[in-house]
Write a new protein. Structure first.
Length: 432
């Protein structure tokens, strides 16, 4: 059991950073829960007088007390701190995890990387406050890149969220070096699965994977053009064949691919069923209207994650979405580029909408209680020349969004060459 200490303690002459509980939020949460101060005090295991102090802002709870208050109110610790979603720092994440500096240090010392860095409460305090951390390895991005995943696991947050908090807290040093995804060798299991297939099955699986990738590109283009995009569960089911004479209904795109490879089977074919039995494909059917024959049954195939991994390993092809956990998908990267291209004026408010905001805009989260967005863009008010009123709102890069582009522009250009990044080098030079 780790001993609890007051967050007012100091370590190595450096005070422990504090997160200020927002008194107004605490009062509002208590009122919404229908609790008196005495009732909340009983639930949280503190005195009524202490609740009074918290609500008047004269005292700040320790991480453990903050966690108790949140549990009593049915919310998370981060919900009681006045920090906009997408703007969390390292100390915010520690407080949300309910850990004091000493607790965090003791947990981190249980890992090999924590012991190698001689982690201590004083070093975590320096890390959180943006000060130089004394000791070997702390100035090496490769070393901090190995430390960051352990820190994220200790605090119970995604790696990308920890990286963003690190970059907000330590803006004047290189970002930790993390795995970009594409340098990983294919798994032995995936390669073994591919090699266990006969040549005909390999060709089928490879062409289905490539058609799936082509369809994903088409969906990406629809997003860019702001057209409706069906759920992935629908568009990933690829039309394989119509149960009618090809001379009448023709061939599907996938059949044409297979015909060019000289391995086309009529209908679903034994090869497709063999792949389905291996768990590499899923076969389904639906009904569609065809101008020549009316309603006709259609065979659909969907490549599974196992099937995609096997095909990628065997064909030595990298997935379009195979990127590190700290990097954006091609779709979100395209949105960030649009905002960056509109700097310094910003992108008009009505030019950006939809789900992207829930992943990269300050103040959003993908779902109630979900992880906050990355906070790379924000809606900024544009004042009238007289400064008497707001004329409009525009999307602008946050400092973190600008730095993210500067750190990873070269990586993104390699990952997503079809995204036009003309002019973004100026954003990089401004960040430098």
């Amino acid at each position: 059991m780790i001993a609890m200490k007051s967050s007012f303690a100091s370590y190595g002459g450096m005070p422990s950073p504090l997160r200020t509980l927002d008194p107004d939020i605490l009062v509002a949460r208590r009122a919404a829960a229908g609790l008196t101060r005495a009732q909340l005090a009983t639930r949280a295991g503190v005195s009524t007088r202490m609740i009074f102090f918290y609500e008047h802002g004269t005292h700040t709870p320790t991480p453990a007390r903050l966690e108790s208050l949140a549990a009593a109110l049915g919310c998370g610790p981060e919900d009681l701190i006045n920090v906009a979603r997408g703007q969390e720092t390292l100390v915010d994440l520690r407080y949300a995890a309910g850990l004091t500096l000493e607790q965090a240090a003791e947990l981190l010392r249980r890992s090999a990387v924590g012991r190698a860095l001689h982690i201590s409460a004083a070093k975590i305090s320096a890390m959180e406050s943006g000060q130089p951390v004394k000791g070997h390895g702390w100035s090496d991005p490769a070393v901090t890149g190995r430390f960051l995943p352990r820190l994220a696991k200790t605090y119970g947050v995604p790696l990308r969220m920890m990286l963003d908090a690190w970059m907000r807290s330590r803006p004047d040093e290189p970002a930790p070096t993390l795995d970009n995804g594409r340098d990983r060798a294919p798994s032995k299991t995936a390669l073994s699965t591919w090699e266990s297939l006969n040549e005909r099955q390999q060709r089928y699986l490879g062409e289905i994977m490539r058609d799936d990738r082509m369809t994903a590109t088409e969906m990406w283009m629809r997003r860019v053009q702001r057209l409706p995009v069906p759920p992935a569960s629908e568009w990933r089911r690829l039309p394989l064949a119509l149960k009618a004479p090809p001379a009448v209904v023709g061939y599907t795109r996938l059949q044409e691919r297979l015909r060019r490879r000289g391995v086309h089977d009529p209908g679903a074919g034994q090869t497709v069923h063999a792949l389905a039995r291996r768990g590499l494909l899923v076969i389904a059917e639906d009904l569609v209207d065809h101008p020549a024959v009316g309603e006709v049954a259609r065979v659909l195939v969907q490549i599974t994650r196992q099937g995609r991994a096997a095909a990628q390993a065997g064909l030595d092809e990298t997935a379009d979405d195979d990127h590190g956990a700290h990097l954006l998908s091609e779709w979100l990267w395209g949105v960030l580029v649009r905002v960056a291209a509109a700097e310094p004026d910003g992108l008009p408010d009505d030019r950006l909408a939809g789900r992207a905001l829930f992943f990269i805009c300050v103040g959003y989260s993908a779902r109630p209680g979900g992880r906050p967005s990355r906070g790379f863009i924000d809606s900024v008010a544009v004042m009238a020349p007289s400064a008497t009123h707001v004329t409009e709102y525009r999307w602008r890069l946050t400092s973190l969004g600008r730095r993210h582009i500067a750190e990873y522009l070269a990586t993104y250009r390699e990952l997503y060459p079809r995204v036009d990044t003309t002019g973004l080098d100026a954003v990089v030079s401004e960040s430098g």
